[in-house]
Design a binder for this molecule. Sequence first.
Ligand code: DGJ
Length: 468
Amino acid sequence: MKSRSKCRKPTSLRCNAGSRYSTSVVIFCLLGCLFLLNLYSYTHYKDRNGGESQLRLSRHPQFRELQEVEEENIQIPPPRGKRSPRAAKRRPKKKTTLIDEFLDENSQLRHVFFPGHKRAIDPLQTSANESYYYYPGRIWLDTDGNPIQAHGGGILYDKNSRTYYWYGEYKDGPTYQVHNKGAARVDIIGVGCYSSKDLWTWTHEGIVLAAEETNETHDLHKSNVLERPKVIYNERTGKYVMWMHIDDANYTKAAVGVAISDRPDGPYDYLGSQRPHGCESRDMTVFKDDDGVAYLIYSSEDNSELHIGPLTVDYLNVTSVMRRILVGQHREAPALFKHQGTYYMITSGCTGWAPNEALAHAAESILGPWETIGNPCIGGNKVFRLTTFFAQSTFVLPLPGFPGSFIFMADRWNPADLRESRYVWLPLIVAGPVDQPLEYSFEFPLWSRVSIYWHRKWRLPHGWNGFI
Ligand code: DGJ
């Protein structure tokens, strides 16, 4: 008995030690496998995405310049007028933020956010030194010397005419509110269209889809809302197809409209509106993939989620396929683009005309799942980055010949006078590792960081020749 009990103890000890040893080996092996898997996917991911584009872009001196971080130091002016010490004690003054200043029509900083009244950049009078520079937020004139009216817009590159067409909301009318709590609005005037060979000099081609003046039941009656028009070309039918957000003044109709033309510069025939997939549709965009399949992406369910689905082959309707993405994230103003087989999207939060933080999202399949990969804005200052440089996304345009480089197009809305809203165009580069881990996977992601660089003044690289 004794000897057995003597024996038992060491045996059980040996057994415990053995099982602990083998458990550790298993855990070590598993960790090792996970590490190797991650290492493989990381190096693979670096090669596939970040590595190559980073190398190509950083070799180009002008792209290096565009990726330099430019800081802004804006001082909030001291409050105007003196308050009595008693009043100050009773109700201490709330600290003014840069966003308050931005939204205040009488702010002393107005010229910082909406510059260009006195020194507008006029393409006809600009010296050679200044030409081709983008000045985000400044007044931008067309070749007739009038401010460009293409808000909430997007660009189509027309291969047939080797010309860029910029379409957007023509908002050159008075801003008013239908009722006290309603959003500031401008009556529908129509969709403005501008053409360019170099993405810098824009010729006004007219209003290619005009408001309906008399028929109050028409979607395009001036009392309604027409926002975010985008045009895609259908190779099969030879038609230019325009999709847009159609609404009533209270944004309760929540529909999409379609118009069609034989020419990029219109006129477009309005075909009607619908609630796609039977769902509410507000901010929207369309995206044409490399295989010719086009997709509609729209904010739905009270803007709490986005929906995405392919269009029919003629691009005139949606199909029955639809996926809900970014559910519960409350995003709008979607701008979708593709790089090396991966889909990317920039969205804004939902704060009316007031600016908020942009987020970038990525997906391997356009129908999802989509991962949120963080705020893409770099430079300016913290408030600039938290307000998308006081602007809201509308479109991302690829720069042909420079893989991984795009123009980020955004609107700096002026809610007090919407026709005075400005354009913020900035370089967007897809390269380098993302700064946010994946939500649903242990692996490194297959996508790269999306970076939008703030610049007060910038231009496209010299080698860029305008068209494909
Ligand atoms: C935010 C949207 O992105 C804009 O297109 C416009 O609909 C405003 N809301 C209206 O408040």
